[in-house]
Design a protein around this ligand. Structure first.
Ligand SMILES: C[S@@+](CC[C@H](N)C(=O)[O-])C[C@H]1O[C@@H](n2cnc3c(N)ncnc32)[C@H](O)[C@@H]1O
Length: 200
């Protein structure tokens, strides 16, 4: 599989948009998601670990899942993360882990996954009964957020109602959306949702 983040990984954490997103999503997520030191959390599409780093101090362990070896190399270079973070470089929507987690979090990764229905089914299959998801990504936008013709971007954001229907279809309930952050680029505003939901 081509690593679409190979050329971006080293500079990723220096990007103001990525940093603003991780701060906004991270603080909102920590306010809306009960976490404790017995929990094993999956960060789906963890990248360089900007969200993982905010969760690690509150939980037992984080499994950082990503398809980009370059992004996970950056994550593993962060000394504070090594002890409690396991990395998995695998497309779990194709090859599942056959393990269940207490919580699955994700920030700005879902628009890279073509089949959203299959992705949510996959996330449900990786949760313990009563487990939670906390998923953040762009609200529907006019396809101007990313540069034109960029490879690997399959969605121009998500419609909250349609996303909630998919979560319900795969056994989630207590589905709550909030706006976690708004990216401002030139004269445009791009809101980012965080949805928290309980499985079974
Ligand atoms: C925009 S970055 C976000 C990284 C990180 N979550 C953050 O908020 O900084 C998107 C990440 O999703 C990853 N990704 C793309 N497709 C994926 C897949 N099928 N499974 C897991 N991760 C994937 C990319 O490799 C990349 O690291």
């Amino acid at each position: 599989m081509t690593d679409l983040f190979k050329d971006k990984a080293k500079e990723f954490d220096g990007n103001d948009v990525a940093l603003g997103l991780s701060q906004g999503i991270g603080s909102t997520l920590l306010n809306h998601l009960p976490l404790n030191d017995t929990m094993h959390v999956m960060d789906f599409g963890a990248g360089t670990g900007l969200l993982t780093a905010q969760i690690v101090p509150r939980v037992h362990q984080v499994t950082a899942v990503d398809v980009s070896p370059a992004m996970l190399t950056q994550l593993l270079s962060k000394h504070g993360l090594k002890d409690k973070v396991e990395t998995v470089c695998q497309d779990i929507t194709v090859t599942p882990l056959n393990r269940q987690f207490d919580v699955i979090v994700s920030a700005m990764a879902m628009h890279h996954i073509k089949d959203t229905d299959r992705m949510i089914k996959c996330l449900a299959e990786h949760l313990k009964p009563g487990g939670r998801v906390a998923l953040a990504d762009l609200d529907i936008e006019d396809a101007s957020f990313h540069p034109a013709a960029i490879e690997g971007v399959h969605h121009s954001g998500f419609d909250r109602k349609q996303f909630a229907s998919l979560l319900e279809k795969h056994g989630f309930h207590d589905i709550h959306f909030t706006t976690a952050h708004t990216v401002k680029k030139e004269d445009k505003h791009y809101p980012v949702f965080l949805v928290v939901a309980v499985w079974q």
